[in-house]
Design a binder for this molecule. Sequence first.
Ligand code: SAH
Length: 366
Amino acid sequence: MTTPLLAKLKKRIVATGPLSVVDYMSACLADPDHGYYTTKEPFGEMGDFTTAPEVSQMFGELLGAFCLQASDILQLGEPFQLVELGPGGGTLMADFLRMAALQPGFMENAQLNLVEMSPRLREKQADTLKHAPLAPTFRDMFSEVPDGPLIVIANEFFDALPIRQFIKTELGWSERMVGLNDEGNLSFGIGVAQLEQSALPAYAAHAHRDAVLETQPAANAIASQIAERITRFGGLALFIDYGYTKSALGDTLQALYKHAYDDVFAHPGAADITAHVNFEALARSAAQAGAHVHAPLTQGDFLVKLGLLERAGALGYGKDPKTQECIRDAVERLAAPDQMGDLFKVLAITHKPLALPPFDLLWHPI
Ligand code: SAH
């Protein structure tokens, strides 16, 4: 299928040469005229994927409960900046605030910041939150959030940030590029840029030819900025995403179109395009900026330990069998190992090395 962005990218490649994977992903997701988040409605049945807060209100509520408890344990100063990165439809924050409003003082001390690049999604978020107890201030990027103690949440945000890919060739690790093949279609090729030897991670030392190595410069830079703020002013960040906790080689670039996997070149701008998050790299960036990192939990473990089953029981109490069935179904989708439970990981970053239940270990990625 020819999308408007496909035509634009082909022209650009003919004019200025192949694109890096960073450039390709950025264009697909954020092109001002034809990008996925700028133009499409990604979420829900009619969209391309369903995120945890769209599965059930329990997700945002439990995150709210966790952050309230954590801000007590960490004795966060006041007033503080409450930040969500990539709020999508605004559902998570609406559920979060409903729970947080139960704690006296929380709302009075919080300033709500939504970091969102898509003008269209900003409108949607403002609409979802129109009756919420806090009015959001929209930010283009995290660095615009005012100084002060922080609570940051990000669900399925880091997977949408562009990655670089390198391929092992006989010359070393060459950057993977997106160019045009003989038929004039988008295809992968090898560029001239090389990964510097000093940047080569140990796990890639003995890679075979054609192995793929991914780096996530944008994700690591944001984790580092947040950690640096947390170290200076105190705070907590909670990152939830699909990804891996032990760095490894492999190509994780993927596209989703109407709830099915898609070729990454099939529908540029019309399909969602993401990469798995390297949590070890995120954690290292945060630790190097001076913050404490808690060993990640799987989403299933995190939610169940926070009381997912009890919350589901309370929500279903006295309801009709169909509603109860929906709630049971949501618990499965959020926490079952073969659904979102194992693939999604939760990472917490704080300014103090305190136990923060349900996290029970600090993590020192090397
Ligand atoms: N957190 C939401 C939506 C996840 S989709 C949920 O759980 O349902 C990713 C979100 O991140 C979208 O809102 C998208 O517009 C936003 N986003 C992606 N890249 C961004 C960037 N570089 N800066 C700001 N927002 C971004």
